[in-house]
Design a binder for this molecule. Structure first.
Ligand code: WQD
Length: 337
C-alpha cells in the first residue's frame, strides 16, 4: 500500500519538482496550494511528465476547517510543508503578512495534524537561518540567527517544531535547510516562474537571456571573495527534490527532529553563474556592477556531510546542468506558465 504525502505549496517551484520525484519513488501525492505564487498549470505539466494524476485542493494552510476536512477524507502518512512566502525584500516591507502566512500557517497546520494523529513532517527551511556565518562551510550545528522577517519566520518555525517535539516525542520532523535552489526539470516543461521582477539571481539571469530584462545588476563587486561578487551554494532543484524523498525514508525508521543542509558544498560567485549561463544559452549577457544589496552576506555554502551520512543523499548535478536545464525551461517558456 503506497504512502500518501500531503504537499502544502506543492504547485510552487520546489513543490512541483518534488511531487515528480515522490511519484517516481512510488508515493501518492495530494497537493494543497492557494496559488498565490504558483498556478495549477505547473501541476498539469507535472502530470504529463509523470503520467500520473496529481490531485490538488485550492486552499490556505491558515484554513483550519479545510485542513480537518483533508485529514478526515484522506489517509495522510506524511506532510511536506512548502507553503510559505519567500521573498527577503518583501518580508522587510510586510513583516506581519510573513508571520501570519509562514508562522501562523504552520501552527494551524500542526494543530490539524495533531488532531488527525499525523505526526510525520518534512519542513522546508532555509540556509538563511544561519545569518552571516562566522566560518565556512556551514554545519548544522552552527549558531542560527535571522537578519530579516523571512529568515526569522523560518527560524521561529524550526524552534516551535522543536518545542512541539519536546512536548510530544511521537513527532517525527525533518528540517531541510535549502541553500540556493536553481535549475528546472530536464523536460523544460516546468521551472522557476517568479511573479514580477525576480528577486533571485538565476531567474533574473534567465530573463536577461530570453530578452525580458535588459541587463543583470550585480549587487556588489567588493566582497572578500575571489572575484568580489557574492558566493552561494547553488543546488539543482531536482537534487533538492531527491533530498525530500530521502528525508521521507529517514522519517520511516526514526523518531525525533533533525536539521539537514541540502546543498552541494561548493560555492560559486555571481560572475561564475553568469558565465556558466552564457555557455548554456550561447549568448553574451550584459551586466552592470552596483552597490551591495542590504542584508546580503559575502559567502554562504554548506557542509553537506550530515545529509550524506544520515539521509544517504548527495547533490549530483553540476552548475552546467543547472544552467542548461534552467535555460531550456526559460527559452521554451519565455513568459513562464
Ligand atoms: C544570490 C546572489 C546576490 C540578484 C535568497 C534567500 C534564500 C532563498 C534563496 C528562499 C547574491 C546576487 C541576486 C540580482 C545579484 N530563498 N544577486 N543580482 O539572497 O542568496 O538567498 O534566495 O528560499 O532563503 O535568502 O539568493 O539569488 O537573491 O542572491 O547580484 O539581481 O546573487 O547579491 O550574492 P540569496 P539570491
Amino acid at each position: 500500500m503506497s504512502k500518501t504525502i500531503l504537499v502544502t505549496g506543492g504547485a510552487g517551484f520546489i513543490g512541483t519538482h518534488t511531487c515528480i520525484k515522490l511519484i517516481e519513488s512510488g508515493f501518492d501525492v495530494l497537493v494543497l496550494d492557494n496559488f498565490s505564487n504558483s498556478s495549477p498549470e505547473s501541476l498539469k505539466r507535472a502530470e504529463s511528465i509523470t503520467g500520473h494524476s496529481i490531485p490538488f485542493i485550492e486552499g490556505d494552510i491558515n484554513d483550519a476547517a479545510l485542513l480537518d476536512e483533508i485529514f478526515a477524507q484522506h489517509a495522510i502518512d506524511v506532510v511536506i510543508h512548502f507553503a510559505g512566502l519567500k521573498s527577503v525584500g518583501e518580508s522587510v516591507q510586510q513583516p506581519l503578512r510573513y508571520y501570519h502566512n509562514n508562522v501562523s500557517g504552520t501552527l494551524v497546520l500542526c494543530d490539524a495534524m495533531q488532531r488527525a494523529g499525523v505526526k510525520n513532517l518534512v519542513f522546508s527551511s532555509s540556509a538563511t537561518v544561519y545569518g552571516d556565518p562566522a566560518s565556512l562551510p556551514i554545519g548544522e550545528d552552527f549558531p542560527t540567527s535571522a537578519i530579516n522577517p523571512y529568515g526569522r519566520s523560518k527560524l521561529m518555525i524550526e524552534e516551535l517544531l522543536a518545542d512541539l517535539y519536546r512536548a510530544d516525542p511521537e513527532w517525527n520532523i525533518a528540517l531541510l535547510r535549502y541553500f540556493n535552489p536553481v535549475g528546472a526539470h530536464p523536460s523544460g516543461l516546468i521551472g522557476e516562474d517568479p511573479a514580477g521582477i525576480p528577486n533571485n539571481l538565476m531567474p533574473y539571469i534567465a530573463q536577461v537571456a530570453v530578452g525580458r530584462r535588459a541587463h543583470l545588476t550585480v549587487f556588489g563587486g567588493d566582497y572578500p571573495t575571489p572575484d568580489g561578487t557574492g558566493v552561494r551554494d547553488y543546488i539543482h532543484v531536482m537534487d533538492l527534490a531527491a533530498g525530500h524523498v530521502q528525508a521521507l525514508l529517514w522519517l520511516e525508521h526514526r523518531r525525533g527532529i533533525k536539521a539537514f543542509n541540502l546543498g552541494t558544498g561548493q560555492g560559486y560567485s555571481v560572475l561564475d553563474m553568469l558565465k556558466a549561463f552564457e555557455q548554456a544559452c550561447g549568448k553574451s549577457l550584459p551586466y552592470q556592477l552596483a552597490e551591495r544589496r542590504p542584508g546580503d552576506v559575502a559567502s554562504c555554502y554548506a557542509d553537506p556531510q550530515l545529509a550524506a551520512k544520515e539521509l544517504n543523499w548527495r547533490a549530483e548535478l553540476d552548475v552546467q546542468a543547472m544552467c542548461a536545464d534552467a535555460w531550456r525551461w526559460q527559452s521554451e517558456n519565455p513568459d513562464g506558465y
